[in-house]
Design a protein around this ligand. Structure first.
Ligand code: FEO
Length: 399
């Protein structure tokens, strides 16, 4: 069966590429799709590692059945993560093959009961515990909150392969190849960062803990639940996740603006000219009314500075800008340079939300905040240009 892909002679990719779901978690756009990666390890015991989302059950069961015919019945199902994009096939699997023993921890069992009513035939493992399945030995690492409390990783000791759950994953269905050395990684990198910043980034301290926990172990292959399987250079994805979870950023500025009648847009253009006058070309301008939040969060995670240009609306921030700022606050993105410009008619509200973000998460606010009444005047636009220049100078100072 072509859609079963051999990773080694006894390890198989049995996941599915979802190219039809529009929004991951009904929130985050999937213009390039997403993969739900699942695996079967064949030894004296046959071990499934994670399942797929409910919309992919048919193809998953078909693959499991094919391998059962070839290698014999499945003994275990390891559940590294219970979010339904990976646990969606458990009930069907159990109905067809009730003898399969589920391997998880105490928190896994809570979710199993509450999502699927499953309480029987569970093998509870402890953090660091090992299980021999023949010539392979599996070691379990608890990595809570990467991305849910029950999350764990499974490390295959003999071949040094890590089944990492959501960690080291990314958006983007797998186009033909599944390995890092057979796909166009440049095509995937922004989608991996968008996945990280939208889904996992809030839990950056826990990602750091997980990376430290794995540090003593040699890792030759990373098989995540989303995106490419890293066999050529697993360090590459670990380094990216390490950098992003430290909230380290690249030289560049995100200019997020909203504008109802073009006045705030003029201020944004003046800021952009100021940025460019200091030879900065990495300027990402997003109209918050038309660009999905998902991409705004990704770019804020990627670059060192964000300048917010917002009109006042109902005596507060322009609603799509308000949503963006509150999500940044919620995702706990830290350590950025921030600038604020905007317009108001009779009350300059909304700045408080931005100041709170700055205070809570160590964003350095550029001086001054520039607010124009109704429309920007020459002096306002000059100040906006200067703010752009100052932003680039501040990035250079902080290098
Ligand atoms: Fe891919 Fe947290 O599930």
């Amino acid at each position: 069966m072509d859609s079963i892909i051999s990773i080694t002679e006894d390890l198989f990719w049995i996941g599915n590429n979802d190219r039809t779901t529009d929004l991951f978690e009904s929130l985050w756009p999937l213009p390039r799709g997403v993969s739900y990666n699942a695996y079967l390890l064949v030894d004296e015991k046959r071990v499934l590692i994670d399942t797929v989302k409910s919309n992919s059950i048919d193809t998953y069961i078909e693959k499991v059945d094919y391998l059962v015919q070839k290698y014999g019945k499945v003994d275990y199902l390891i559940i590294n993560h219970m979010e339904p994009d990976h646990s969606g096939a458990i009930s069907v699997l159990r109905t067809i093959w009730p003898e399969i023993k589920i391997i998880g921890n105490k928190k896994t069992a809570e979710f199993l009961k509450e999502f699927y009513g499953i309480t029987e035939n569970i093998l509870f493992i402890e953090d660091g515990e090992e299980l021999s399945i023949g010539k392979h030995r599996l070691k379990f690492f608890f990595t809570p909150m990467v991305h849910w409390p029950e999350t764990m990783m499974t490390y295959e000791v003999t071949r040094q392969m890590l089944f990492s759950g959501d960690a080291f994953g990314g958006f983007g269905a797998l186009n033909g190849g599944i390995f890092d050395d057979e796909v166009d990684l440049a095509y995937y990198e922004d989608e991996i960062l968008r996945y990280f910043s939208n889904i996992v980034g809030k839990y950056s301290p826990m990602v750091q803990k997980a990376i430290q926990k794995l540090a003593p172990f040699q890792i030759r292959l990373i098989a995540s639940t989303h995106g490419p399987v890293w066999r050529s250079d697993p360090r590459e994805i670990i380094n990216l996740y390490d950098k992003w979870s430290r909230h380290e950023a690249e030289e560049g500025v995100v200019l997020a603006y909203g504008s109802m009648y073009g006045n705030t847009a003029k201020m944004m253009e003046a800021v952009a000219r100021g940025l460019n006058s200091e030879k900065l070309s990495t300027i990402r301008i997003h109209n918050v009314s038309g660009v999905h939040l998902s991409y705004l969060i990704r770019d804020a995670w990627k670059y060192k500075a964000v300048i917010f240009a917002s009109p006042t609306y109902d005596t507060s921030l322009f609603p799509p800008m308000d949503h963006f700022v509150r999500m940044l606050e919620r995702k706990s993105l830290k350590n950025r340079i921030m600038g604020i410009v905007g317009t108001y008619g009779w009350s300059g509200g909304g700045i408080k939300v931005l100041e709170e973000l700055a205070e809570k998460h160590n964003w350095r606010l550029l001086d001054p905040t520039i607010l124009a009444k109704c429309s920007p005047k020459e002096e306002d636009l000059r100040e906006c240009f200067e703010l752009g220049r100052k932003c680039v100078c501040r990035m250079k100072e902080e290098k």
